[in-house]
Design a protein around this ligand. Sequence first.
Ligand code: NCD
Length: 365
Amino acid sequence: MKRSLIDITDLNTDELEELIRTATDIIEDPKKYAHACDGLKLATMFFEPSTRTRMSFEAAMYELGGHVISTASADSSSAAKGESVADTARTVSCYADIIAMRHPKEGAAYVAAVNATVPVINAGDGGHSHPTQTLADLLTIRREKGRLGNLTVGLCGDLKFGRTVHSLINALARCEGNHFYLISPPELKVPSYVKKAALKSRAIPYIQTEDMLEFMPELDILYMTRIQRERFAEPDEYERLKDSYILTPAKLETAKSDLAILHPLPRVNEISVAIDDDPRACYFKQVLYGKYMRMALILKLLKEAETDKGVARKVDFSGPEYIHGEHVCRNPRCITATEQELPRIFRREADGTIRCVYCEGRTEE
Ligand code: NCD
């Protein structure tokens, strides 16, 4: 497996800083990078709807001088004929130097990375993670607040299925002095595996609340999210929860004057358009920053791939922490739920929890 980006924790904090530095340099002097990827190809494989992520990857590659090839949609690729993610990844590796993939199943990007011979970037895997949105979020926070640490961060909306939230918590939890207000209906709380890995393991302070107004005066960042309709098993439950939070100018009355309001977009109704002209609204800048961070990431991964060209290291699952074939992942959204032939591999964590290597689901989930 080539160096890929599947989870935001695949990058250490020095590397996150390095990407922010590169992106900043690109913003200041784009000409310097205009031929950095001459002759190279990015494949975008999006098996779920996307506007920003896909187009920003494509724009990023073009602005680096490279080319883009892509599958038009899940329906028009061989996935519709029943091809596995592993086979598709092996195939596309023959055509492209780097792959960006979005898939509705959790763990799909990891399966692609394990089987591809080129770097794979996870552009969103089900309700699991979305590391390149986090790169956009981090550059936005750095440019708006001047720092990534010592921030009071409110995350609001669908924190259960909102994959951008999971990745952002995993990134900001590694920056000194941050604390979190997790604002959601009880049904849509941050999954326990995210809280455990990112927050509890580091004793990072966080409060879970349903009330979006109570802590508003304290917030430096307010990260709004859409209720993720497509991930609900029961349409009625979505109908009941869909209007849980709607940010209006009146709700910002007690907020700091230098609050930064972020949203990965698309917005449905959770931020009133009346807020768009408020100087605290950063969500459209966030879109632009996403392109620069994706440029920085493509450059980094292609450079690292060059050093061991043609050699895709086999992922070693032979260590004592791995358990083969004994368990079944209970997460119905896991890639193993649809791809029966994938080897069932679980990892035993330090606290004894056994998790699926693909989706991080527990055996009993
Ligand atoms: C997000 C996603 O796909 O998870 N969108 C994006 O990539 N900017 C957020 C969402 O769909 O709600």
